[in-house]
Write a protein that binds this ligand. Structure first.
Ligand code: GDP
Length: 300
């Protein structure tokens, strides 16, 4: 039901249009497939994923001798669940013992800080001690914004001045977290894109510093993506995924977008699990991703 509310816009843009198509055309023919293709592409499912999906639908329709368009919807949701599945969401990788370190990467404005705040809240309500590291020393206001979340959730934020070396902030944070016996350290990083090579070097340096202090860390590198940017989110995932050791994705702002189909494209085109989705601006608006629930929420 959380999914259902969050996916209202996507449902309107996608499922309701499919339903309209089904009642209007009644028969499954070439024109039907063409229109279905357009609807799916419009919902940001992505061209190559749409082609694959339509091909699989054709095969299934033939096999089951389906003629009435009204019988297609269960087949479509079945195929979508299959596409989304691949590997199930393995959940977050946590340290076997001692501190878990999670690094957040992604372009400015995608919802990184908000996601860190939400996850801090989630861990805290599970009874874990949490600390935040203000590793985005580049963007004006990033440190303060993380502090606001720290206060809201009631967790300590380790920071230095704006402009300081993010790797030094991480070093401080890991030391402080070790000293206080913290369970989970959540680390923000800079998200400027105009200087990609530098950003990757900066991330590598952060990696090295963290690893030196906690050899099994980082336990997760979560790439945060803004669902409202549709295909752009997919290209960011490809860009970051290759270089920065990303282990999972968080897709934010699914509530505010009709482009929810991007989840399907991302799952189908990248070998990275979507671990969480953001469904609002509040502390509790973060949901573990579950493909079956997602598709059911779309068609429910
Ligand atoms: P950052 O620059 O990546 O750290 O992005 P922020 O965390 O500052 O988020 C940018 C904006 O997106 C803020 O106004 C957030 O409230 C908003 N935001 C973040 N996640 C979500 C979400 O899941 N849903 C909605 N509707 N807004 C979100």
């Amino acid at each position: 039901t959380v999914f259902k509310e969050g996916l209202t816009k996507t449902r309107t843009a996608f499922v309701e249009r499919v339903e309209e198509l089904i009642t209007r055309r009644k028969k499954i023919d070439e024109e039907f497939y063409e229109e279905l293709e357009e609807i799916l592409i419009g919902a940001d499912v992505g061209v190559s994923t749409v082609m694959q999906l339509i091909e699989e639908l054709r095969v299934e329709v033939k096999k089951r001798k389906i003629e009435d368009a009204s019988d297609l919807q269960p087949v479509l949701s079945e195929k979508l669940v299959e596409l989304l599945k691949g590997d199930e969401n393995p959940g977050l990788q946590m340290a076997d013992s001692g501190m878990t370190v999670i690094l957040f990467v992604g372009v400015n404005g995608v919802g990184k800080t908000t996601t860190i705040g939400k996850l801090a809240h989630r861990f805290k309500s599970e009874g874990k001690s949490v600390m935040l590291a203000a590793g985005d020393t580049f963007r004006a206001g990033a440190i303060e914004q993380l502090e606001v979340w720290g206060q809201r959730v009631g967790v300590e934020v380790i920071k230095q001045q704006a402009g300081s070396d993010p790797a030094a902030v991480m070093y401080d944070a890991v030391q402080a977290a070790k000293q206080r016996g913290i369970d989970v350290l959540l680390c923000d990083t800079a998200g400027r894109l105009q200087n990609k090579t530098n950003l990757m070097e900066e991330l590598n340096k952060i990696f090295r510093v963290i690893k030196r202090e906690v050899p099994s860390a980082p336990h997760e590198v979560l790439l945060v993506l803004d669902a409202t940017t549709g295909q752009n989110a997919l290209s960011q995932a490809k860009l970051f995924g290759e270089k920065s050791g990303v282990t999972g994705l968080v897709l934010t702002k699914l509530d505010g977008t009709a482009k929810g189909g991007i989840v399907i494209a991302i799952r189908n085109e990248l070998n990275l699990p979507v671990k969480f989705v953001g469904l609002g601006e509040k502390m509790g608006d973060l949901q573990e991703f579950d493909s079956e629930q997602f598709v059911h929420a779309l068609f429910a």
